[in-house]
Design a protein around this ligand. Structure first.
Ligand code: NAD
Ligand code: MG
Length: 299
């Protein structure tokens, strides 16, 4: 007999309120601890079911925003988790590390700057040593600083954006191959900016298009070796990236309201796609970009 009741469903339009932030400005890197309104990383809501039991993950930029939500979800799914972050983000990192520990998993903090080539070169080995292995790499760290005019975008910014967003992915993914067993996953954070570049995010959007090509090409290369490479492409998500010069201040009050759901996403809404791509159930999924963007058409 079918159940006569109606299951309780979330309406995605009203699940979270529109983000109408008060005026705020943080230096780069922004902190979740100072973000207003606070973002949801699934602290109160994400329920695991052992989908990543015994797995070992390194998440760059795992201190805040999307990376923090992924770290909490991975731990609750049974994975040991190392997070990489900038030393200035220690306060955010501590909160995420304590969430991982509260889930009963090993939590490893690896502070450093991906612009420091020595740190970049040893990060993956350090994570694998601390976790006694590695089978998930989430390349999620990102730099986004708006510039309205090309004349305001100097070569130094272009270069650092490329270093953090895409060049580090080559180094970290290459290093991961020393550790990743068959069945392992690399998951890269790209963006809707890869296909719909904003005029004021030229350098950033260009790196995200590069990440898409990197993801698909590397997936073809590593597929035969049993390692899957995929990407997640978020739309507008309420994170400290946006208030630390990621967007012009006059755009923040309506941030994310131009998508079909009419609101910005919360980091917690990104976690499940990253979980899915890492699981064995996604074993036939590679070279894919999962768009999580509130309904904007994407290729
Ligand atoms: P976030 O600020 O919380 O995370 C970005 C992280 O990148 C920081 O926490 C920091 O640890 C790391 N990072 C930046 N520069 C670094 C450096 N030099 N060395 C080491 N780490 C560095 O913001 P987020 O929005 O959660 O960003 C995570 C990813 O999501 C980024 O790749 C971003 O491009 C992408 N993304 C975000 C949105 C959005 O709307 N928030 C949309 C699409 C894509
Ligand atoms: Mg951060």
């Amino acid at each position: 007999m079918p159940d006569k009741g109606q299951a309780r469903l979330d309406n995605p339009v009203t699940k979270y309120p529109q983000v109408s932030p008060p005026k705020q400005d943080q230096p780069e890197p922004g902190l979740d601890a100072k973000l207003e309104p606070r973002a949801d990383h699934g602290e109160e809501t994400y329920r695991g079911s052992g989908r990543l039991a015994g797995r070992k993950a390194l998440i760059t930029g795992g201190d805040s925003g999307i990376g923090a939500a992924v770290a909490i979800a991975y731990a609750r799914e049974g994975a040991d988790v190392a997070i990489a972050y900038l030393p200035a983000e220690e306060e955010d990192a501590r909160r995420v590390l304590s969430q991982i520990e509260a889930a009963g998993r090993t939590a490893v903090g690896l502070p450093g700057d991906l612009l420091d080539l020595e740190y970049r070169g040893r990060l993956v080995d350090d994570a694998a040593e601390a976790l006694c292995g590695l089978d998930i790499l989430v390349n999620n760290a990102g730099k986004q600083v708006f510039a309205e005019r090309l004349e305001d975008l100097d070569d130094e910014q272009v270069e650092t954006t490329f270093q953090v967003n895409i060049l580090a992915m080559f180094t970290l993914s290459r290093a991961a191959l020393r550790h990743l067993p068959e069945g392992a996953s690399i998951i890269n954070t790209t963006s809707i900016q890869a296909y719909q570049p904003s005029a004021h995010l030229l350098d950033y959007a260009t790196t995200k298009a590069a990440i898409n090509a990197f993801t698909k090409g590397l997936a073809e290369q590593l597929g035969p070796r049993g390692i899957r490479v995929n990407a997640v492409a978020p739309g507008p998500v309420w994170t400290p990236l946006q208030v630390s010069d990621g967007q012009p201040k006059d755009r923040l009050p309506t941030f994310g309201q131009n998508v079909p759901l009419g609101r910005a996403g919360q980091p917690a809404e990104l976690a499940a796609p990253y979980v899915f791509l890492a699981t064995d159930e996604a074993g036939y999924v590679l070279g894919e970009t999962l768009n999580v963007n509130g309904g904007k058409p994407s290729p």
